[in-house]
Write a new protein. Structure first.
Lengths: 206, 652
């Protein structure tokens, strides 16, 4: 099989790991949590980093009126299908072998990534702003406006007594690796066509 | 004039010299002083190196300290009720304090001993004896809870207990007082020759630690003081000190101190095991309690056992030998090699070390010096290995370090003496403040002592700390024994009266800690695993409330339909699954203590309302920012009222 095909095939198949490995993590550190609590995000679920972390995060956050981190969100039903689609398309495009299709795959993949990031930001915004009206504790800033508790998209942020840190995990790096492999597939495919053309020209000349 | 001037100058110079010398001495003391402080200072956030399990004596509990800081971490309730933890007050733990005499809310806890494997401390369990109602307790060192208490029949006072064999095959118990066996109405003056001393061997299950009274060796009517197991070459033997071999029943102070020598009884328990297996024993009908706490149901239960196997040593040669030991020996301590058995003769000035090798030789060549009730007495000169001469006044207890040294406490001369095993020379002595009873070197009663610290536990405190009226705490001193000479590092107060302690490196215990109880593993009959499952049920005059706690509310927190004269059971499950988030609960008018419930656990208390009204309950352990809001109400109606049973949280 042509090298370029192998690259895009590998890139697509790598995505199957996303069904078992996490893509993102949010960790909360506080003085009363010498052992920080956190949550791993998968394409199909939230999972406590350790023990019952999610239950404990919910307990901490309910005082300021934040919602419970839900068992399931609509994204967890949609994203797995998107990934499956990308894997299937990747395999099909690899077999067809046209490098324009590789570009199409890249466009789809990056679109998915962008939408996912934007969606994550929206979810975090809602999680941090949609506070219960009868929350026991309502903090305000110097201007008297109510404080909100949106976790960071990526990086660290101080939220009340917590330092919240949001970081990509292995799954995200796998997606980046997939993209990298498909770019490599495209470039290699271009070279292969060029070499073939040169060979043909040479043999024609002879 | 010149002479006077010279004299004056000379005195000035001399005076200056002397003063500066004095000041330099003080400076040196200051420098040494700060050096010692560093050696016991455990910086904030850091952990101590050793756990010390120190008995509470007449408090009935076991205190857990850290060494070298001397900080108290916990007082584990064992034989006495503890309202702080609802031990012996909540329905689940009341059975732990059941005995063949009924419910006894207190005991006198003396000698903790840690479980061992191959002669080394393994950090699984701690055993301790109850003196007044003869019992042995086992504490789980992953939860630091009392898991099992077994009573000893035919015993009275339970002093020579609880000591484990070097693979924790058995934990032994020995009666302190000789009594009629079985108990019956006879004149006290018939003591001599009639009363007996029961020595109990309790088997410990290697998997879960469960104890079983395998057999008792019925010894003569002496008093039995302390014991330690043989190890290494002497594994298979258990050694007990006796006193009152005069068999006096009154004014023992004088009458039990007449004999020049009493005995160390050497019991061959391997042979006893064989005798039991061969059916060579008598079964005696008796009654003793056996109580176990089940971690999965968070509840204890009590059963009364009905019989015990007895072995009469006079019938089986080779089972017991008596080693003459001066004088009213207290501690019976075996050195790490298992060769020397030390008799600390309380009323003498010397320490006697019997040699195990010589003992076996004396047995083989029948070097006997008479017998007592059919038990051979070995000839003193043929068993003694060495004597530490004129070591001090009133030796009580010896422990060992890892360099072949013994450390003995002397009560009357109020000191700890360090001496060399084998050469019997005295190496060092240091005062204790005041009147030391026992000392503890972590591992000092095993094949592998950790020779860094020695803890001396004293009986008299007087002026050591800020006074607190006529009743003072007991004092303890920590010594550094790593060098040639001992150095006192720390002086700290202890709870109750520490009779004895056991210690081990924190690394054996810290990693195995239970942090929370998993809710899904909770098999308590009245447990509920979510707020949806909570309810209130009536069963005649009994009302059972299935309640939960979580930060910061109870569910349900409004209950109606309870009547005067009802017996209301609050079964409370703590739904938290976070480390160190307990909840408490207390109800006005309940004739019992609060509950203190760990995450994932269920506990029950009973309330019998005597008055109509609306009565509040609340959380007693500060759990969260809104702890003060964690409360509820129960409406109590008259006995004939028609108020239906109703329960809710926020109207639901």
């Amino acid at each position: 099989m042509k090298k370029s095909k192998i690259f895009i095939l590998t890139g697509a198949l790598l995505l199957t790991s996303l069904f078992v490995i996490p893509i993102w993590n949010i960790t909360l550190e506080a003085p009363q949590y010498p052992d920080p609590i956190g949550m791993d995000i998968f394409i199909n679920k939230f999972k406590s980093a350790e023990g019952n972390d999610i239950q404990n995060i919910n307990i901490m956050n309910h005082y300021v009126g934040m919602k419970k981190i839900p068992e399931s969100i609509p994204e967890f039903s949609i994203f797995p299908y998107c990934i499956v689609a990308l894997i299937v398309l990747g395999i099909v495009f690899a077999l067809v072998g046209k490098r324009q299709l590789y570009v199409a795959w890249l466009v789809l993949m990056m679109a998915f990534g962008t939408v996912a990031m934007y969606d994550f930001y929206q979810w975090e915004y809602d999680y941090g702003h949609d506070l219960s009206a009868d929350a026991p504790i309502k903090f305000t800033d110097e201007n008297g406006d109510p404080l909100t508790y949106q976790p960071p998209l990526i990086g660290s942020k101080t939220i009340l007594n917590f330092k919240a840190t949001s970081t990509p995990l292995v799954g995200t790096y796998v997606m980046i690796a997939s993209i990298g492999l498909v770019v490599l597939a495209f470039v290699t495919a271009k070279k292969e066509t060029h070499e073939k053309a040169t060979k043909n020209t040479l043999s024609a000349a002879v | 004039m010149k002479t006077i001037f010279n004299f004056f100058t000379a005195s000035l110079v001399l005076g200056a010299l002397l003063t500066s010398c004095g000041q330099q001495g003080a400076k040196q003391e200051g420098a040494l002083g700060s050096n010692i402080a560093e050696r016991v200072y455990v910086a904030p956030g850091e952990h101590d190196e050793f756990y010390a399990f120190v008995s509470g004596g007449f408090s009935g509990q076991l205190a857990v300290y850290g060494l070298p800081s001397g900080r108290l971490f916990r007082v584990i309730p064992i034989f006495s009720q503890d309202p702080e933890k609802a031990y012996g007050y909540n329905e689940e733990t009341k059975p732990m304090l059941e005995t063949s005499y009924g419910f006894v809310p207190w005991d006198d806890a003396h000698h903790p001993d840690l479980s061992q494997t191959n002669g080394e401390i393994d950090g699984r369990w701690c055993f301790i004896n109850g003196n007044n109602t003869p019992r042995i307790a086992r504490i789980n060192l992953s939860t630091f809870e009392t898991e099992e208490i077994i009573e000893l029949p035919n015993s009275a006072g339970n002093h020579s207990s609880s000591f484990v064999t070097e693979n924790t095959e058995y934990v032994v118990a020995g009666t302190r007082f000789a009594v009629p066996v079985p108990q019956r109405d006879i004149s006290i003056e018939e003591y001599k020759g009639t009363f007996k001393g029961a020595i109990s061997f309790i088997k410990v299950d290697p998997e879960d630690g469960e104890m079983n009274l395998e057999f008792q060796v019925m010894m003569p009517g002496f008093n039995y003081d302390l014991a330690h197991p043989g190890r290494g070459k002497s594994h298979g033997w258990m050694f007990f000190t006796t006193y009152n071999t005069e068999e006096a029943n009154t004014l023992l102070e004088v009458n039990a101190s007449q004999n020049d020598k009493d005995f160390i009884a050497a019991i061959n328990w391997k042979l006893a095991e064989q005798l039991i297996a061969d059916g060579k024993y008598e079964t005696m009908k008796t009654s003793y309690a056996h109580n176990t706490y089940d971690e999965s149901t968070h509840s204890a239960s009590s059963t009364l056992e009905k019989e015990v196997k007895i072995i009469d040593p006079s019938k089986y040669p080779g089972l017991v030998y008596l080693l003459p030991t001066p004088k009213s020996p207290h501690g019976c301590d075996v050195d790490p090699t298992g060769e020397y058995i030390i008799g600390n003769g309380k009323l003498s000035a010397s320490l006697t070390a019997h040699s195990f090798t010589k003992m076996l030789d004396a047995i083989e060549h029948k070097k006997f010096d008479g017998e007592q009730y059919g038990i051979p007495v070995l000839n003193y000169d043929d068993v003694v290995g060495g004597v530490v001469q004129q070591a001090g006044l009133g030796p009580l207890h010896t422990e060992f370090d890892d360099k072949g040294n013994g450390y003995t406490t002397f009560f009357i001369s109020s000191e700890v003496v360090k001496w060399k095993v084998g050469t019997w020379e005295i190496l060092d002595r240091k005062p204790t403040y005041y009147s030391v009873g026992h000392l503890m070197i972590p591992g000092g009663n095993s094949r592998k002592p950790f020779g860094k610290y020695a803890l001396a536990m004293n009986k008299i405190t007087k002026d050591r700390y800020l006074p607190t009226g006529p009743e003072l705490c007991q004092s303890a001193q920590l010594y550094d024994i790593s060098g040639d000479k001992m150095e006192m590092l720390l002086d700290f107060p202890t709870i109750g009266e520490p009779h004895y302690a056991a210690g081990c490196p924190a690394s054996l215990i810290e990693p195995k800690q239970t942090k929370i109880f998993k809710l899904e593993d909770n098999k308590h009959p009245y447990a509920v695993r979510s707020e949806k499952e909570t309810k209130v049920e009536r069963n005649g005059k009994e009302v059972h409330i299935y309640m939960t706690t979580i930060r910061s509310h109870f569910a349900p927190d409004n209950i109606e339909g309870v009547k005067v004269g009802d017996k209301v059971y609050f079964h409370v499950t703590n739904l938290e699954q976070d480390y160190d988030v307990p909840h408490g609960i207390a109800m006005i008018g309940a004739n019992t203590s609060e509950l203190l419930i760990m995450p994932g656990q269920t506990e029950t208390f009973v309330w019998e309302p005597k008055q109509e009204g609306v009565w509040p309950f609340y959380c007693t352990d500060f759990c969260s920012a809104l702890h003060q809001e964690m409360q509820g109400y129960v409406r109590v109606s008259g006995t004939g009222a028609n108020v239906p049973l109703k329960w809710s949280l926020d109207g639901e």
